[in-house]
Design a protein around this ligand. Structure first.
Ligand SMILES: [Zn+2]
Length: 184
Protein backbone atom coordinates (compact mmCIF):
# COMPACT_ATOMS: atom_id res chain seq x y z
CA UNK A 1 0.00 0.00 0.00
CA UNK A 2 1.00 3.61 -0.28
CA UNK A 3 0.28 4.52 3.32
CA UNK A 4 3.91 4.33 4.37
CA UNK A 5 5.18 6.80 1.83
CA UNK A 6 4.72 9.73 4.25
CA UNK A 7 7.40 8.36 6.50
CA UNK A 8 9.83 7.93 3.63
CA UNK A 9 9.23 11.42 2.37
CA UNK A 10 9.59 13.38 5.61
CA UNK A 11 13.38 13.77 5.46
CA UNK A 12 13.09 15.33 2.00
CA UNK A 13 11.20 18.31 3.35
CA UNK A 14 13.24 21.13 4.77
CA UNK A 15 11.10 23.80 6.40
CA UNK A 16 11.73 27.26 5.01
CA UNK A 17 10.77 29.61 7.78
CA UNK A 18 9.20 32.30 5.58
CA UNK A 19 7.86 30.09 2.81
CA UNK A 20 4.16 30.40 2.17
CA UNK A 21 2.13 27.51 3.63
CA UNK A 22 0.83 26.70 0.14
CA UNK A 23 4.29 26.06 -1.26
CA UNK A 24 5.35 24.23 1.87
CA UNK A 25 2.30 21.94 1.78
CA UNK A 26 2.77 21.15 -1.90
CA UNK A 27 6.36 20.28 -1.21
CA UNK A 28 5.74 18.29 1.95
CA UNK A 29 2.53 16.33 1.42
CA UNK A 30 2.32 13.91 -1.53
CA UNK A 31 -1.17 14.00 -2.99
CA UNK A 32 -1.43 10.18 -2.90
CA UNK A 33 -1.06 10.29 0.87
CA UNK A 34 -3.94 12.75 1.27
CA UNK A 35 -6.07 10.87 -1.30
CA UNK A 36 -5.29 7.58 0.44
CA UNK A 37 -6.44 9.03 3.75
CA UNK A 38 -9.60 10.51 2.24
CA UNK A 39 -10.59 7.40 0.30
CA UNK A 40 -9.93 5.05 3.22
CA UNK A 41 -8.32 1.63 3.33
CA UNK A 42 -8.59 -0.07 -0.05
CA UNK A 43 -10.33 2.99 -1.46
CA UNK A 44 -7.68 3.59 -4.10
CA UNK A 45 -6.49 1.03 -6.56
CA UNK A 46 -3.79 1.14 -9.16
CA UNK A 47 -4.97 1.71 -12.73
CA UNK A 48 -2.01 1.94 -15.07
CA UNK A 49 0.15 4.85 -13.97
CA UNK A 50 -2.56 6.31 -11.76
CA UNK A 51 -4.59 5.56 -8.66
CA UNK A 52 -8.36 5.51 -8.96
CA UNK A 53 -11.18 5.57 -6.42
CA UNK A 54 -14.54 7.06 -5.63
CA UNK A 55 -14.46 10.84 -5.44
CA UNK A 56 -13.99 11.97 -1.80
CA UNK A 57 -15.52 15.41 -2.40
CA UNK A 58 -18.69 15.63 -0.33
CA UNK A 59 -20.83 17.28 -3.01
CA UNK A 60 -20.11 14.54 -5.52
CA UNK A 61 -21.92 11.27 -4.98
CA UNK A 62 -19.60 9.11 -6.99
CA UNK A 63 -20.89 5.62 -7.75
CA UNK A 64 -18.06 4.72 -10.10
CA UNK A 65 -14.38 5.35 -9.39
CA UNK A 66 -14.10 8.67 -11.26
CA UNK A 67 -11.44 10.13 -9.03
CA UNK A 68 -7.86 9.67 -10.22
CA UNK A 69 -4.52 10.57 -8.71
CA UNK A 70 -1.29 10.85 -10.60
CA UNK A 71 1.47 10.38 -8.04
CA UNK A 72 4.20 11.25 -10.48
CA UNK A 73 2.71 14.62 -11.43
CA UNK A 74 1.34 15.04 -7.88
CA UNK A 75 -2.12 16.01 -9.12
CA UNK A 76 -5.69 14.71 -8.99
CA UNK A 77 -8.56 14.83 -11.43
CA UNK A 78 -12.16 13.69 -11.07
CA UNK A 79 -13.79 12.65 -14.33
CA UNK A 80 -17.20 12.91 -12.68
CA UNK A 81 -17.22 16.42 -11.23
CA UNK A 82 -14.42 17.65 -13.48
CA UNK A 83 -12.35 19.11 -10.69
CA UNK A 84 -8.66 18.68 -10.36
CA UNK A 85 -5.46 20.23 -9.11
CA UNK A 86 -2.69 19.82 -6.62
CA UNK A 87 -2.71 18.60 -3.03
CA UNK A 88 -3.68 21.99 -1.60
CA UNK A 89 -6.61 22.28 -4.00
CA UNK A 90 -7.82 18.82 -2.97
CA UNK A 91 -7.56 19.72 0.73
CA UNK A 92 -9.31 23.03 0.12
CA UNK A 93 -12.23 21.38 -1.71
CA UNK A 94 -12.56 18.54 0.77
CA UNK A 95 -12.52 20.81 3.82
CA UNK A 96 -14.73 23.42 2.18
CA UNK A 97 -12.42 26.43 2.26
CA UNK A 98 -13.05 29.42 0.05
CA UNK A 99 -10.61 29.93 -2.84
CA UNK A 100 -9.01 32.93 -1.14
CA UNK A 101 -8.42 30.75 1.95
CA UNK A 102 -6.24 28.19 0.17
CA UNK A 103 -3.41 29.12 2.55
CA UNK A 104 -5.59 28.08 5.49
CA UNK A 105 -6.27 24.69 3.87
CA UNK A 106 -2.52 24.39 3.27
CA UNK A 107 -1.76 25.12 6.92
CA UNK A 108 -4.28 22.49 8.09
CA UNK A 109 -2.82 20.05 5.60
CA UNK A 110 0.66 20.55 7.02
CA UNK A 111 -0.61 20.09 10.58
CA UNK A 112 -2.67 17.05 9.60
CA UNK A 113 0.46 15.33 8.30
CA UNK A 114 2.64 16.38 11.20
CA UNK A 115 4.62 19.16 9.55
CA UNK A 116 5.32 22.54 10.99
CA UNK A 117 3.37 25.41 9.52
CA UNK A 118 5.84 27.98 8.21
CA UNK A 119 5.89 31.35 9.91
CA UNK A 120 4.57 34.26 7.93
CA UNK A 121 6.35 37.63 7.95
CA UNK A 122 4.55 40.16 10.20
CA UNK A 123 3.43 42.20 7.16
CA UNK A 124 1.44 39.23 5.94
CA UNK A 125 -0.53 39.05 9.18
CA UNK A 126 -1.20 42.77 9.07
CA UNK A 127 -2.58 42.43 5.55
CA UNK A 128 -4.78 39.49 6.58
CA UNK A 129 -6.05 41.52 9.51
CA UNK A 130 -6.92 44.50 7.29
CA UNK A 131 -8.71 42.28 4.79
CA UNK A 132 -10.58 40.66 7.63
CA UNK A 133 -11.83 44.03 8.89
CA UNK A 134 -12.88 45.11 5.39
CA UNK A 135 -14.76 41.87 4.83
CA UNK A 136 -16.47 42.16 8.21
CA UNK A 137 -17.53 45.75 7.45
CA UNK A 138 -18.97 44.78 4.06
CA UNK A 139 -20.79 41.88 5.67
CA UNK A 140 -22.25 44.12 8.37
CA UNK A 141 -23.46 46.70 5.84
CA UNK A 142 -25.06 43.97 3.79
CA UNK A 143 -26.81 42.57 6.86
CA UNK A 144 -28.11 46.04 7.78
CA UNK A 145 -29.60 46.57 4.33
CA UNK A 146 -31.35 43.21 4.41
CA UNK A 147 -32.60 43.91 7.92
CA UNK A 148 -34.07 47.30 6.98
CA UNK A 149 -35.76 45.92 3.87
CA UNK A 150 -37.25 43.03 5.80
CA UNK A 151 -38.47 45.40 8.48
CA UNK A 152 -40.11 47.64 5.89
CA UNK A 153 -41.88 44.75 4.22
CA UNK A 154 -42.80 42.63 7.20
CA UNK A 155 -43.32 44.99 10.12
CA UNK A 156 -44.21 48.46 8.83
CA UNK A 157 -47.54 47.40 7.27
CA UNK A 158 -48.62 46.13 10.70
CA UNK A 159 -47.69 49.40 12.38
CA UNK A 160 -49.62 51.39 9.81
CA UNK A 161 -52.80 49.95 11.22
CA UNK A 162 -52.26 51.77 14.53
CA UNK A 163 -54.22 54.98 14.36
CA UNK A 164 -52.82 56.83 17.34
CA UNK A 165 -49.65 58.59 16.20
CA UNK A 166 -47.90 58.52 19.53
CA UNK A 167 -48.68 54.88 20.03
CA UNK A 168 -47.48 54.11 16.52
CA UNK A 169 -44.17 55.90 17.13
CA UNK A 170 -43.71 54.03 20.37
CA UNK A 171 -44.52 50.69 18.78
CA UNK A 172 -42.22 51.45 15.86
CA UNK A 173 -39.24 52.08 18.13
CA UNK A 174 -39.95 48.96 20.15
CA UNK A 175 -40.45 46.85 17.03
CA UNK A 176 -37.20 48.03 15.42
CA UNK A 177 -35.29 47.35 18.62
CA UNK A 178 -36.68 43.83 18.81
CA UNK A 179 -36.31 43.20 15.11
CA UNK A 180 -32.62 44.15 15.13
CA UNK A 181 -31.98 41.58 17.83
CA UNK A 182 -33.90 38.79 16.15
CA UNK A 183 -32.77 39.44 12.59
CA UNK A 184 -29.09 39.77 13.45
ZN1 LIG B 1 -15.68 14.17 -8.13
Amino acid sequence: MIADSTQERIPRYRGVSYARPIDAAKQAVPIVDLADRLCGPGGLRRVGKEWAGRCPLSDHEDRTPSFTVNAEKNVFFCHGCLRGGDVVELARLVWGHDERDAHVAAAYLLMEFGFEVPQQPPAWFRKQERQHHTRAAIEETRRNIVRRRLFRHLILPLLDTIEDEQEREQELRRAWYEFKRVAA
